[in-house]
Design a protein around this ligand. Sequence first.
Ligand SMILES: [Zn+2]
Length: 240
Amino acid sequence: MLLVLLSHSHCALEWWIRDIAYNLTHDLLKEYFDLWTAIDSIRPDLDESSEDTIVWTLESSGQYSSKSAYAIQFAGQVQSSFPALIWNAWAPPKCKFFLWLLLQNRLWTSARLQLRHWKNNYFCALCERNLETAHHLFFECPYSRLVWQLVATWSGCPSLQPTSWKEVLELEDCFNQTIRAGWKKEHTLAILTVWNIWNRRNAVDLQGRTKGATFPAGGYQGHGSSMVLGGMQSFKEFFS
Ligand SMILES: [Zn+2]
Protein backbone atom coordinates (compact mmCIF):
# COMPACT_ATOMS: atom_id res chain seq x y z
CA MET A 1 0.00 0.00 0.00
CA LEU A 2 1.26 3.44 -0.81
CA LEU A 3 1.39 5.65 2.18
CA VAL A 4 1.45 9.25 1.25
CA LEU A 5 1.01 11.60 4.14
CA LEU A 6 -0.74 14.80 3.41
CA SER A 7 -0.83 17.72 5.76
CA HIS A 8 -3.99 19.77 5.47
CA SER A 9 -4.75 23.21 6.70
CA HIS A 10 -7.29 23.39 9.51
CA CYS A 11 -9.72 25.16 7.17
CA ALA A 12 -9.57 22.41 4.57
CA LEU A 13 -10.27 19.78 7.23
CA GLU A 14 -13.42 21.60 8.40
CA TRP A 15 -14.86 21.83 4.87
CA TRP A 16 -14.11 18.20 4.25
CA ILE A 17 -16.05 17.24 7.40
CA ARG A 18 -19.02 19.39 6.35
CA ASP A 19 -19.05 17.78 2.90
CA ILE A 20 -19.68 14.31 4.32
CA ALA A 21 -22.12 15.37 7.04
CA TYR A 22 -25.23 14.24 5.10
CA ASN A 23 -26.59 10.83 4.11
CA LEU A 24 -24.09 8.97 6.23
CA THR A 25 -24.53 5.22 6.09
CA HIS A 26 -23.11 2.88 8.70
CA ASP A 27 -20.16 1.97 6.45
CA LEU A 28 -19.43 5.61 5.59
CA LEU A 29 -19.57 6.57 9.24
CA LYS A 30 -17.09 3.82 10.12
CA GLU A 31 -14.75 4.95 7.33
CA TYR A 32 -15.08 8.51 8.58
CA PHE A 33 -14.07 7.62 12.14
CA ASP A 34 -11.23 5.38 10.94
CA LEU A 35 -9.88 8.23 8.83
CA TRP A 36 -10.36 10.70 11.67
CA THR A 37 -8.40 8.43 14.01
CA ALA A 38 -5.64 7.94 11.41
CA ILE A 39 -5.29 11.70 10.81
CA ASP A 40 -5.40 12.41 14.53
CA SER A 41 -2.66 9.86 15.19
CA ILE A 42 -0.17 11.66 12.94
CA ARG A 43 -0.88 15.10 14.46
CA PRO A 44 -0.73 17.15 11.27
CA ASP A 45 0.73 20.62 11.34
CA LEU A 46 -2.36 22.83 11.17
CA ASP A 47 -0.49 26.10 10.83
CA GLU A 48 -2.58 28.01 8.24
CA SER A 49 0.37 30.11 7.16
CA SER A 50 2.39 27.11 5.92
CA GLU A 51 1.97 25.49 2.48
CA ASP A 52 0.67 21.91 2.12
CA THR A 53 3.42 19.40 1.49
CA ILE A 54 3.47 15.88 0.10
CA VAL A 55 5.93 13.41 1.57
CA TRP A 56 6.84 10.13 -0.21
CA THR A 57 7.31 7.81 2.76
CA LEU A 58 8.98 5.05 0.74
CA GLU A 59 12.20 7.06 0.45
CA SER A 60 14.18 8.43 3.39
CA SER A 61 14.52 11.70 1.46
CA GLY A 62 10.71 12.01 1.25
CA GLN A 63 11.01 12.46 -2.52
CA TYR A 64 9.15 10.29 -5.03
CA SER A 65 11.23 7.81 -7.04
CA SER A 66 10.02 5.42 -9.72
CA LYS A 67 12.36 2.75 -8.30
CA SER A 68 10.56 2.68 -4.91
CA ALA A 69 7.14 2.91 -6.62
CA TYR A 70 8.04 -0.14 -8.74
CA ALA A 71 9.40 -2.07 -5.75
CA ILE A 72 6.28 -1.55 -3.59
CA GLN A 73 4.17 -3.39 -6.19
CA PHE A 74 5.87 -6.62 -5.12
CA ALA A 75 5.49 -6.09 -1.37
CA GLY A 76 3.82 -9.08 0.28
CA GLN A 77 4.21 -11.34 -2.73
CA VAL A 78 4.68 -15.04 -2.08
CA GLN A 79 7.67 -16.69 -3.71
CA SER A 80 6.64 -19.55 -5.99
CA SER A 81 8.10 -22.95 -5.15
CA PHE A 82 7.74 -24.12 -8.75
CA PRO A 83 11.22 -23.09 -10.01
CA ALA A 84 12.93 -25.35 -7.45
CA LEU A 85 10.25 -28.02 -7.48
CA ILE A 86 9.71 -28.27 -11.23
CA TRP A 87 11.68 -26.12 -13.62
CA ASN A 88 15.18 -26.51 -12.13
CA ALA A 89 14.82 -30.27 -11.66
CA TRP A 90 16.72 -32.66 -13.87
CA ALA A 91 13.99 -34.29 -15.98
CA PRO A 92 12.76 -34.23 -19.59
CA PRO A 93 10.77 -31.04 -20.37
CA LYS A 94 7.57 -32.98 -21.11
CA CYS A 95 7.76 -34.58 -17.64
CA LYS A 96 8.29 -31.17 -16.01
CA PHE A 97 5.32 -29.73 -17.85
CA PHE A 98 3.28 -32.71 -16.74
CA LEU A 99 4.29 -32.11 -13.10
CA TRP A 100 3.32 -28.44 -13.48
CA LEU A 101 -0.18 -29.55 -14.52
CA LEU A 102 -0.38 -32.15 -11.75
CA LEU A 103 0.61 -29.78 -8.92
CA GLN A 104 -2.12 -27.37 -10.00
CA ASN A 105 -4.64 -30.22 -10.24
CA ARG A 106 -5.18 -29.65 -13.95
CA LEU A 107 -4.87 -33.23 -15.17
CA TRP A 108 -8.03 -34.71 -16.65
CA THR A 109 -8.74 -37.23 -13.94
CA SER A 110 -12.25 -38.67 -13.61
CA ALA A 111 -12.97 -36.32 -10.69
CA ARG A 112 -12.26 -33.24 -12.83
CA LEU A 113 -14.15 -34.61 -15.82
CA GLN A 114 -17.11 -35.28 -13.54
CA LEU A 115 -17.13 -31.70 -12.29
CA ARG A 116 -17.71 -30.57 -15.89
CA HIS A 117 -20.30 -33.30 -16.54
CA TRP A 118 -17.99 -34.82 -19.14
CA LYS A 119 -17.74 -38.53 -19.85
CA ASN A 120 -15.63 -40.33 -17.23
CA ASN A 121 -15.15 -43.71 -15.60
CA TYR A 122 -15.53 -42.41 -12.02
CA PHE A 123 -13.30 -45.12 -10.55
CA CYS A 124 -9.52 -45.07 -10.49
CA ALA A 125 -8.30 -47.04 -13.52
CA LEU A 126 -5.57 -48.71 -11.50
CA CYS A 127 -7.38 -50.00 -8.41
CA GLU A 128 -11.03 -49.62 -9.51
CA ARG A 129 -12.00 -48.78 -5.92
CA ASN A 130 -12.10 -45.01 -5.44
CA LEU A 131 -13.10 -41.90 -7.29
CA GLU A 132 -10.09 -41.02 -9.41
CA THR A 133 -8.77 -37.76 -8.00
CA ALA A 134 -5.18 -36.71 -8.62
CA HIS A 135 -4.47 -37.13 -4.92
CA HIS A 136 -5.76 -40.70 -4.94
CA LEU A 137 -4.19 -41.71 -8.25
CA PHE A 138 -0.65 -40.59 -7.48
CA PHE A 139 -0.32 -40.87 -3.70
CA GLU A 140 -3.14 -42.98 -2.23
CA CYS A 141 -3.91 -45.69 -4.74
CA PRO A 142 -2.63 -49.12 -3.54
CA TYR A 143 -1.24 -49.80 -7.03
CA SER A 144 0.61 -46.46 -7.17
CA ARG A 145 1.97 -46.91 -3.67
CA LEU A 146 3.31 -50.31 -4.71
CA VAL A 147 5.05 -48.59 -7.62
CA TRP A 148 6.57 -45.95 -5.30
CA GLN A 149 7.67 -48.74 -2.96
CA LEU A 150 9.37 -50.65 -5.78
CA VAL A 151 11.16 -47.55 -7.01
CA ALA A 152 12.29 -46.65 -3.47
CA THR A 153 13.70 -50.14 -2.87
CA TRP A 154 15.29 -50.36 -6.29
CA SER A 155 16.94 -46.94 -6.08
CA GLY A 156 17.70 -46.90 -2.34
CA CYS A 157 15.97 -43.51 -1.94
CA PRO A 158 13.99 -43.59 1.36
CA SER A 159 11.89 -40.48 0.71
CA LEU A 160 10.23 -42.29 -2.22
CA GLN A 161 8.96 -44.90 0.22
CA PRO A 162 5.19 -44.25 0.84
CA THR A 163 5.45 -45.45 4.45
CA SER A 164 7.66 -42.42 5.18
CA TRP A 165 4.97 -39.96 4.05
CA LYS A 166 2.55 -38.10 6.31
CA GLU A 167 -1.11 -37.67 5.44
CA VAL A 168 -1.37 -34.35 3.63
CA LEU A 169 -4.04 -33.16 1.23
CA GLU A 170 -2.36 -30.61 -1.02
CA LEU A 171 -0.77 -32.13 -4.12
CA GLU A 172 2.30 -29.94 -3.75
CA ASP A 173 2.79 -31.11 -0.14
CA CYS A 174 2.37 -34.73 -1.24
CA PHE A 175 5.00 -34.39 -3.95
CA ASN A 176 7.30 -32.45 -1.63
CA GLN A 177 7.44 -35.44 0.68
CA THR A 178 8.92 -37.59 -2.06
CA ILE A 179 12.01 -35.41 -2.42
CA ARG A 180 14.73 -33.92 -0.24
CA ALA A 181 16.46 -30.63 -0.89
CA GLY A 182 19.67 -31.13 -2.83
CA TRP A 183 18.96 -34.76 -3.76
CA LYS A 184 18.78 -34.55 -7.54
CA LYS A 185 18.49 -38.28 -8.10
CA GLU A 186 15.42 -38.61 -5.86
CA HIS A 187 13.85 -35.55 -7.37
CA THR A 188 14.24 -36.91 -10.89
CA LEU A 189 12.97 -40.35 -9.90
CA ALA A 190 9.93 -38.78 -8.22
CA ILE A 191 9.07 -36.86 -11.40
CA LEU A 192 9.56 -39.95 -13.56
CA THR A 193 7.41 -41.98 -11.17
CA VAL A 194 4.36 -39.69 -11.33
CA TRP A 195 4.86 -39.49 -15.10
CA ASN A 196 4.91 -43.29 -15.37
CA ILE A 197 1.87 -43.72 -13.11
CA TRP A 198 -0.06 -41.35 -15.39
CA ASN A 199 1.07 -43.22 -18.52
CA ARG A 200 0.10 -46.53 -16.99
CA ARG A 201 -3.28 -45.11 -16.01
CA ASN A 202 -3.82 -43.90 -19.59
CA ALA A 203 -2.77 -47.24 -21.05
CA VAL A 204 -5.29 -49.06 -18.83
CA ASP A 205 -8.05 -46.48 -19.13
CA LEU A 206 -7.78 -45.51 -22.79
CA GLN A 207 -6.20 -48.55 -24.42
CA GLY A 208 -7.64 -51.26 -22.21
CA ARG A 209 -4.23 -52.65 -21.32
CA THR A 210 -3.64 -54.65 -18.18
CA LYS A 211 -2.00 -52.85 -15.28
CA GLY A 212 1.12 -55.00 -15.24
CA ALA A 213 4.05 -54.44 -12.93
CA THR A 214 6.66 -53.12 -15.35
CA PHE A 215 8.49 -51.07 -12.75
CA PRO A 216 11.18 -50.06 -12.45
CA ALA A 217 12.83 -51.06 -15.72
CA GLY A 218 10.12 -50.62 -18.33
CA GLY A 219 8.95 -47.12 -17.54
CA TYR A 220 12.30 -45.53 -16.79
CA GLN A 221 14.82 -47.06 -19.14
CA GLY A 222 14.46 -44.59 -22.03
CA HIS A 223 14.54 -41.42 -19.94
CA GLY A 224 17.18 -42.75 -17.59
CA SER A 225 19.61 -43.72 -20.35
CA SER A 226 19.28 -40.26 -21.94
CA MET A 227 20.02 -38.65 -18.59
CA VAL A 228 23.19 -40.69 -18.16
CA LEU A 229 24.26 -39.63 -21.65
CA GLY A 230 23.39 -36.04 -20.70
CA GLY A 231 25.79 -36.17 -17.76
CA MET A 232 23.67 -37.22 -14.80
CA GLN A 233 26.31 -39.51 -13.34
CA SER A 234 24.26 -40.48 -10.29
CA PHE A 235 21.92 -42.35 -12.64
CA LYS A 236 24.70 -44.41 -14.18
CA GLU A 237 24.36 -47.24 -11.68
CA PHE A 238 20.74 -47.71 -12.72
CA PHE A 239 20.76 -47.22 -16.44
CA SER A 240 24.19 -48.00 -17.84
ZN1 LIG B 1 -6.60 -46.30 -7.30
